[in-house]
Design a protein around this ligand. Structure first.
Ligand SMILES: Nc1ncnc2c1ncn2[C@@H]1O[C@H](COP(=O)(O)OP(=O)(O)OP(=O)(O)O)[C@@H](O)[C@H]1O
Ligand SMILES: O=P(O)(O)OC[C@H]1O[C@H](OP(=O)(O)OP(=O)(O)O)[C@H](O)[C@@H]1O
Length: 299
């Protein structure tokens, strides 16, 4: 570990287990953070940047960031909203995407409004109570909806007779379906984000990490395509690969030929390569990008 004191090191909270953990570790690795975590220890100092990782339950991270126990953190927008802490959202990370949804036993209720005044089981008691309060107000209803907080396995609550319906996270819908539930309404769409304490003391380190993360995320979305094309087909080829800012065009030794390279969305890569070949481009190659920096969207 480098010889930096606690005050010089930026504390970054990372989900210690669950769905977000692996994705976060892959992201941090892609950002070049090198750190060794001793077995059973929930803290790891990075050797090559003054950042210390603190491994915490995802649901506790908003509070610790909000109160300044750690400087920055990675967690879901759902738990940030549930804790209603005042933190700065620095970056959407594009994974951990799901919905917080009202779910009821299939065929029993037509809409979430039919659950006003009933008993709802959830790990998100604050968001659930707020949702039903606002729903009741919008419908001119006065009954109080009972919210029962549980720590997990929410989907089995109706079967166990704990409540009439649940509010839980849904991604593919497989868990909901297996539990005999159906979605009646969506309270929140969420994804994993990088957050910072409002008066975070390490702006330079945080900014560097944010740019590295953006670079890693951009690199995952794009491939680099390079090809050779004759002057007669150059304009058509450039129209297919305009790049993010502009393609890189250089002259080949061979008269009338050009080498072109450009970033292409991975989701469009095969189509772009087909179209380049159709318009006369040759030697068409695609490369993975490991990371990138300084693109317009990354500023
Ligand atoms: N099915 C899902 N798809 C995508 N993201 C999810 C899904 N379930 C949860 N998440 C996101 O991951 C966060 C942590 O959820 P997870 O269930 O992994 O947490 P945990 O309770 O810490 O772990 P565990 O359930 O193993 O105890 C959630 O707050 C949410 O942002
Ligand atoms: O729509 P799906 O793709 O089925 O995902 C939804 C499930 O994912 C989460 O649980 P997770 O599997 O993380 O385990 P948990 O119940 O222990 O939190 C969430 O609580 C749902 O149960």
């Amino acid at each position: 570990m480098s010889s930096t004191s606690r005050d010089e090191r930026c504390l970054l909270a990372v989900p210690k287990k669950g769905r977000l953990h692996e994705r976060c570790m892959k992201l941090l690795q892609g950002c070049g953070l090198e750190c060794e975590r001793a077995e059973r220890l929930d803290i790891a100092h990075c050797d090559n940047i003054p950042i210390t990782l603190v491994f915490l339950p995802a649901a506790d991270i908003p509070k610790f960031v909000g109160e300044g126990n750690v400087d920055i953190g990675i967690t879901g927008q759902d738990v940030i909203r549930e804790e209603s802490v005042d933190v700065t959202q620095l970056l959407e990370l594009g994974f951990g995407k799901c919905q917080l949804a009202v779910q009821a036993p299939k065929g029993q209720y037509a809409s979430a409004a039919d659950l006003i005044g009933k008993k709802i089981v959830t790990s998100f008691p604050n968001l659930t109570a707020q949702f039903f309060k606002e729903l009741a107000a919008s419908k001119g209803r006065t009954e109080d909806t009972t919210v029962v907080a549980v720590g997990g396995s929410v989907e089995v609550s109706c079967t166990m007779g704990l409540g009439d319906a649940v509010v839980d996270l849904v991604e593919t819908g497989a868990t909901m379906d297996a539990a005999g539930l159906e979605k009646l309404d969506v309270i929140l769409r969420t994804q994993c984000v990088l957050i910072a304490n409002k008066s975070c003391g390490h702006p330079a380190i945080v900014d560097r990490l944010k740019k590295r993360m953006q670079g890693f995320l951009d690199a995952q979305q794009y491939s680099m395509v390079s090809y050779n094309v004759h002057a007669a087909n150059k304009a058509a080829a450039i129209a297919i690969t305009p790049g993010r800012r502009s393609p890189n065009v250089t002259n080949l030794e061979e008269e009338g030929w050009f080498a072109i390279s450009a970033m292409v969305k991975k989701s469009e890569l095969m189509d772009v390569m087909d179209r380049l070949a159709d318009c006369g481009a040759i030697d068409i190659l695609a490369f993975d990008i490991r990371s990138c920096r300084g693109s317009a969207q990354s500023q």
